[in-house]
Ligand binder design. Structure first.
Ligand code: NDP
Ligand code: 8X3
Length: 251
């Protein structure tokens, strides 16, 4: 059965890969991100390849009013969301606490935590029994690492919110899954290191990281289980990574 899937941060990385994966399996898409041209290109490509119906919701998840207006403004026929993938997020900087930028901290907390809250609150009126919320946490939300400070805190918050949302939504029969990937080669490090491609590339040197597609496959899998089965919490890493800190790199 075709479902309606709302994906935040669908212009790149896991979000774009999820758009493709859910399109391949016949679902229709509500695509969010700030870069509208990318959303348009992705929707056009998926339409051509899979006949996918997409509706674009280009807003900044940090903007509470915009999130609410976008969901309240859903046209007739789109006002029922089966799957919400709260994926939009970022790290900015990898600095010791004393040296880190307050602006970076604000952006990470506003996007990764408050953005997720705003979108979820705005989407819930359109989610019925059997719907599914999938939040992107991180291994950085399971263990902290040096210079991870506020990014880790934001992902620990995603972990806590996923667990507490699951409890609060039990009576409504809405599933909540938190997915916690390890290192994955997307635009994540380019964003984190503010366009420094050399530093970004070095993050993935000496091991084979997850790809966006790997993560999208797992996210998609969690959405295919019978109505009475929910994967609550799932950590996935590449085989050369054990947790947020330990890697076995090629010599
Ligand atoms: P990318 O940088 O490749 O993609 C991030 C996406 O988030 C983009 O589509 C971007 O779109 C969107 N986004 C960022 N800020 C906003 C905003 N304010 N409003 C709306 N959309 C926004 O990163 P990934 O795909 O790797 O990351 C996706 C999620 O997975 C993030 O939450 C990240 O923290 C998490 N994660 C990533 C890991 C990794 O190693 N890559 C590992 C574990 C978790 P646009 O710029 O167009 O708005
Ligand atoms: C992204 C993975 O290890 O860079 O959440 O924090 S890590």
């Amino acid at each position: 059965m075709s479902k309606t899937v709302l994906i935040t941060g669908a212009t790149a990385g896991f979000g774009a890969a999820c758009a493709e994966r859910f399109a391949e399996t016949g679902h229709r898409l509500l695509l969010n991100g700030r870069r509208t041209e990318r959303l348009e290109a992705i929707a056009a490509d998926l339409k051509t390849r899979f006949g996918t119906e997409s509706l674009l919701l280009p807003f900044d998840v940090r903007d509470r009013a915009a999130a609410t207006a976008a969901l309240e403004g859903l046209p007739e026929g789109w006002r029922n969301i089966d799957i919400l993938i709260n994926n939009a997020g970022l790290a900015l900087g990898r600095d010791l606490f004393a040296e880190a930028s307050l602006d970076d901290w604000d952006t990470m907390l506003d996007t990764n935590v408050k953005g997720l809250l705003y979108v979820t609150k705005a989407a819930l009126p359109y989610m019925d029994r059997g719907a599914h919320i999938i939040n992107l946490g991180s291994v950085a939300g399971k263990e902290v690492y040096e210079r991870g400070n506020v990014y880790c805190a934001s992902k620990f918050a995603v972990d806590a919110l996923s667990r507490s949302l699951r409890i609060d939504l039990l009576p409504r029969g809405i599933k909540v899954t938190a997915i916690h990937p390890g290192a994955a080669d997307t635009e994540f490090s380019l964003v984190r290191f503010k366009g420094d491609a050399d530093t970004a590339r070095k993050v993935y040197a000496g091991f084979t990281p997850l790809s966006a597609r790997d993560v999208a496959e797992v996210i998609h899998y969690t959405s295919t289980l019978p109505p009475h089965v929910c994967i609550n919490d799932l950590v996935l890493t590449c085989t050369q990574q054990a947790d947020a800190i330990y890697f076995h790199k090629d010599s």
